[in-house]
Design a protein around this ligand. Structure first.
Ligand SMILES: NC(=O)c1ccc[n+]([C@@H]2O[C@H](COP(=O)([O-])OP(=O)(O)OC[C@H]3O[C@@H](n4cnc5c(N)ncnc54)[C@H](O)[C@@H]3O)[C@@H](O)[C@H]2O)c1
Length: 346
């Protein structure tokens, strides 16, 4: 029996587009059919590199193709919703880069379009797919660490001024939606919330300390989780050198410390302490294109299974929206000097 191959189209042939193309090529029942970039040269050379016959400069044209089942959205963050709504209205399933978009209104429009058209939407947060993340979450959620006391995330990236100057959308409120948090730190904020449980409130300071940008390059946040635990999140793109992303999960009966995909400490009362080296390479803290395809491959596999089984993807729209809500609350707290409850923004 011939198995159906799912046709994919990519919108946006910049830094992250190749991770999607590599992932699609690595999955047996996925096939990259066409790509779009508003810059003709980029679309053309991307298509040549990945041996794709069809390229477009207008994504609406690509959406007319019957042989495309899934659209990967890899464009500047503030464009995601508009493109997702158009893709959903064209009855395409969607794999959308983080953040889903940069405002709750824009995200809700895409979630409505997805519901209305009965298509699937998966948000990319590749770190959730890593074995170490899954192990840490299971330990916290099963009560292995006892009552949770602290959930900390240290998200220290290095991005030069040249990085911010490299595309006109970077470091802007209108298209990046923020800086060190909305673009880079969002991975760690999503992950710690996925592991610890929902964040209830934030109290933050944020500013541009070293880069000439309108959004924050550095932020410090005091967090309260709904389960009663406290935490600290530090995010920056302006320290040299970048430090591997570090999550520290502490309960009254045990602690887990993760550095990128490696669990460097797993110590629980009554158990032998251990470490765990995941086989995924995370990357990205020093350079934006230094990202392995492993997580994106897992996203493609999950989305295809979700379509076949008619179930929600592992990271559906509602789930991917949560990190954006927290970051918008952080910005509101930094602006007003007040503690902000996430529920009050809803
Ligand atoms: N998951 C990850 O680890 C990861 C890593 C990097 C970027 N991202 C996300 O991916 C998105 C893109 O980031 P990037 O660094 O690849 O940006 P980029 O600027 O390198 O690439 C974006 C591409 O979109 C194209 N584009 C702009 N407007 C378009 C339009 N109307 N139609 C078609 N193409 C258009 C641009 O010409 C450019 O080639 C962002 O949302 C970012 O947050 C995710």
């Amino acid at each position: 029996m011939e198995t159906k191959r799912f046709g994919f189209g990519i919108i946006g042939c910049g830094n992250i587009g190749p991770s999607h193309a590599n992932a699609i090529n690595a999955v047996a029942d996925a096939q990259l059919i066409a790509v779009t970039d508003i810059i003709e040269d980029k679309a053309k050379s991307f298509a040549e590199k990945f041996n794709v016959k069809c390229w477009y400069t207008d994504y609406q044209e690509m959406l007319k193709r019957d042989d495309i089942d899934v659209v990967c959205i890899c464009t500047p963050s503030g464009m995601h919703s508009e493109m997702a709504v158009a893709a959903a209205d064209a009855k395409k399933h969607i794999l959308c880069e983080k953040p889903l978009d940069i405002s709750i209104e824009a995200i809700d429009k895409m979630l409505d379009a997805v519901r209305r058209n009965k298509v699937k939407l998966s948000g990319v947060f590749q770190r959730r797919t890593y074995d170490s993340s899954i192990k840490a979450r299971e330990a916290v959620r099963s009560g292995k660490l006892g009552k949770m006391v602290l959930g900390d995330a240290y998200l220290k990236y290095y991005r030069s001024q040249e990085y911010y100057n490299s595309a006109d959308w970077r470091g802007t409120w209108s298209m990046d939606g923020g800086g060190a948090l909305m673009n880079q730190g969002i991975h760690g904020i999503d992950l710690i919330q996925w592991i610890m449980g929902d964040i209830e409130s934030v109290f933050a300071k944020a500013g541009a300390l070293a880069r000439d940008i309108e959004v924050e390059d550095t932020a410090v946040i005091v967090v309260t989780y709904k389960n009663g635990a406290y935490g600290v999140i530090e995010g920056t793109t302006s320290v040299y050198p970048a430090i591997p992303t570090r999550l520290e999960l502490h309960g009254e009966k045990g602690s887990i410390i993760m550095e990128e995909q490696t669990i460097t400490k797993w110590q629980v009362i009554g158990e032998e302490s251990k470490t765990f080296e995941g086989d995924e390479k995370v990357g990205g803290s020093s350079h934006p294109t230094d990202i392995s395809a492993t997580g994106h491959i897992r996203h493609v596999i999950d989305l295809i299974s979700a379509i076949k089984e008619d179930r929600e993807p592992a990271i559906n729209g509602e789930s991917a929206k949560k990190a954006v809500e927290v970051i918008l609350a952080v910005y509101e707290s930094a602006r007003t000097g007040k503690e902000i409850r996430i529920d009050d923004l809803r």
